[in-house]
Design a protein around this ligand. Structure first.
Ligand SMILES: [Zn+2]
Ligand SMILES: [Zn+2]
Length: 388
């Protein structure tokens, strides 16, 4: 069934208003009360079956069109702790909070598709769940939805996500086979020595020297322990210790994060960190204890669903705006928790490649309203492809 153009255009105009309203009222992790309420009310007004309360502010709406496949589409609703520097009319009205990752656009595109599909598509066969999740940034709202029974309550054989991507041509679609975004873990190493007078270092054990040696040794994990054909990053981002000139402090704290794409590489990194901590402890007579927190797994697309995604993309944009061969990003996304449960595809929609397209998390960033239409068409096309 072809898309009904006049209906689609009127939904796109509405979606722009929703997008700007949500942009002006950003809410951060698990506090998306206003946004969630708006999403819920709109989905109900489209006649969909709406469920609230998963992961607190999460909303799931179901379009039931009888016997057929079960699929799920996901958008994120949360904003960031950034003070917006834009001056346009729809800029943030909340000091220190901003939609700098375009989740206002993601929510509006999926709402637009829900509106279109619920009202103008009787020819679909199957079940479509629209998932609106909280707390994608830092707090793993997607993981919490899965843990609270997302796919038991709303079974799906395939799940799809869409994120805008500054630096890629506006409205282009990128879907990679395999990893598209890296995994992200945090670590903290506490080094406890025996504090002493700086003039008499032999009377204590030096946590500063042990810590700085350990920082250098951690650099060997990627260069010496990880297969050169795999990708990983180990970054020490904090080094805390001491508070005066003439005392060797008792304790030093190192903190940082790691990025990688494979569980085997994650295991190698963890094991190497543990080993280095033990040996530095022995060598310097200190105690180095590692805390390692696995945060977001890598976003790994299933090749079959990535292919569906590109087929749909080619039906709505020209061939030269559909990419399958870009390098994955070292940034991370909690859609990975959904992809670990259900095969699917996470695609990027280009937010524009001109200088006006600021990077994600920049205080001058804004979601490009010109791509709302493309995003809605993508979702509608995917529903037609999978349930048509
Ligand atoms: Zn973000
Ligand atoms: Zn984001």
């Amino acid at each position: 069934m072809p898309v009904q153009e006049s209906m689609l255009q009127s939904i796109v105009r509405e979606a722009q208003q929703w997008r700007r309203d949500i942009h002006a009222h950003p809410e951060t992790a698990f506090e998306e009360f206003r946004t969630s309420k708006i999403v819920e009310e709109k989905l109900r007004s489209f006649g969909l079956d709406v469920h609230t309360g998963l992961a607190g502010t999460g909303v799931v709406a179901t379009l039931d069109r009888g016997v057929g496949p079960h699929i799920a589409f996901r958008a994120d609703m949360d904003a960031l702790h950034i003070h917006e520097k834009n001056t346009f009319a729809h800029r943030s009205t909340v000091d220190g909070k901003m939609h700098a990752c375009g989740h206002d656009g993601h929510t509006s595109m999926l709402l637009g598709a829900a509106r279109y599909l619920s009202q103008y598509h009787d020819d679909l066969a199957g079940t479509l769940h629209f998932i609106f999740q909280p707390a994608e940034e830092n707090e793993a709202g997607g993981k919490r939805m899965v843990e609270e029974g997302l796919f038991e309550k709303f079974p799906a054989e395939e799940v799809y996500g869409l994120h805008n991507w500054p630096g890629l041509p506006a409205g282009s679609i990128t879907a990679l086979n395999g990893p598209q975004m890296a995994a992200f873990d945090l670590f903290e190493i506490k080094i406890t020595g025996s504090g002493t007078h700086a003039a008499m270092p032999h009377q204590g054990t030096d946590s500063i020297v042990a810590g700085s040696t350990l920082v250098s040794m951690l650099q060997t994990i990627v260069s010496r322990s990880v297969d050169p054909l795999d990708t990983a990053v180990v970054s020490v981002t904090q080094f805390h210790g001491g508070d005066t000139w003439n005392i060797i402090p008792e304790e030093v704290i190192l903190r940082g994060c790691t990025r990688h794409f494979k569980i085997e590489v994650q295991e190698q990194i963890k094991a190497a960190m543990q080993r280095l901590c033990e040996h530095v402890s022995q060598a310097f007579q200190v105690e180095a204890t590692l805390w390692y927190d696995e945060r977001y797994p890598s976003v790994v697309n299933n090749a079959t669903q990535a292919d569906y995604s590109r087929q749909v993309a080619r039906s709505i944009v020209s061939e030269d705006l559909v990419f399958d061969n870009l390098p994955p990003s070292m940034a991370s996304e909690d859609f990975s928790f959904m992809l670990r449960e259900v095969p699917g595809c996470y695609a990027w929609i280009g937010n524009g490649d001109g200088h006006e397209s600021r990077s994600l998390h920049n205080p001058h960033y804004d979601f490009n309203d010109e791509i709302l239409e493309r995003g809605i068409r993508y979702w509608v096309g995917l529903a037609q492809h999978r349930l048509g």
